[in-house]
Design a protein around this ligand. Structure first.
Ligand code: HPA
Length: 235
């Protein structure tokens, strides 16, 4: 069996999938955390791995960039491969004043500029929310770390275009950061009756000046986001 975008066989995927955006990150994560990772799909440069982590089966597969990409993979995983939980482990730009580079965001909900969820139920402005249990497990695993912030993000279609004033207005509404996938993922999870969460490392800040993270800091904090994502996915 294969789907248009995944070449795995039935049963190849674990019930939990960790999903970074970048396919190279997925390769490195699989090597770093999985015991005996096996490549189960390789289509369009998106490799999927299944192995063991802490004695449990776990899969890792990248989403690519943006909501059209992540919604394709998430739909096929949930609908055709028996996947129950997808935890996106990615990056975000900070927008709230109290968010700093290197922080980890647990995205309880995702506002969006995308029409993807609007199309689901005509006349409804859909609320894209994380699975409560996954979010609670990620927050519990953070053990009160002040660098882990819990709240909403905004999922945008554009990386380079911003409506003037929009980021400031979102920050004034308590939105922590901006990324490009969570709202799409949460919409698919709702439609398929499955669970999803996004845990995001803040790689830059759109509204606060300051130095960028060093590559070492990026890796360390990315590991932290992965740690919380694993705790949620395997709880
Ligand atoms: N926009 C969208 N996604 C991002 C950004 C951004 O500015 N920074 C990191 N991920």
């Amino acid at each position: 069996m294969s789907t248009p975008h995944i070449s795995a066989e039935p049963g190849d995927f674990a019930s939990a999938v960790i999903m970074p955006g970048d396919p190279y990150r997925a390769d490195r994560m699989a090597q770093a955390v999985l015991v005996e990772p096996k490549i189960i799909s390789d289509v369009r440069g998106i490799r999927a791995y299944t192995g063991e982590y802490g004695g449990r089966r776990l899969s890792i597969m990248a989403s690519g960039m943006g909501m059209p990409s992540i919604t394709i993979y998430a739909t096929e995983l949930y609908r055709f491969y028996g996947v129950e939980r997808i935890v996106r482990v990615g990056t975000a730009g900070g927008i709230a004043a109290h968010v700093e580079r290197g922080d980890v965001l647990v995205a309880l909900g995702a506002h969006t500029t995308s029409a993807m969820n609007e199309l689901r139920i005509p006349s409804v402005h859909f609320s894209a929310v994380a699975d409560f249990r996954l979010a609670a497990e990620a927050v519990a695993a953070a053990l009160g770390d002040p660098q882990v912030k819990v709240g909403t993000v905004v999922s945008e279609d554009h990386f380079y275009f911003k409506v003037p004033g929009a980021m400031e207005a979102l920050a004034a509404h308590g939105v922590l950061g901006v990324e490009m996938e969570a709202a799409g993922l949460y919409g698919v999870a709702a439609a398929e009756g499955k669970a999803a969460l996004a845990v995001l490392t803040v790689s830059d800040h759109l509204l606060a000046a300051g130095r960028d993270m060093t590559s070492e800091e990026r890796e360390t904090q990315f590991d932290r986001a992965l740690e919380l994502g694993l705790a949620a996915a395997l709880a």
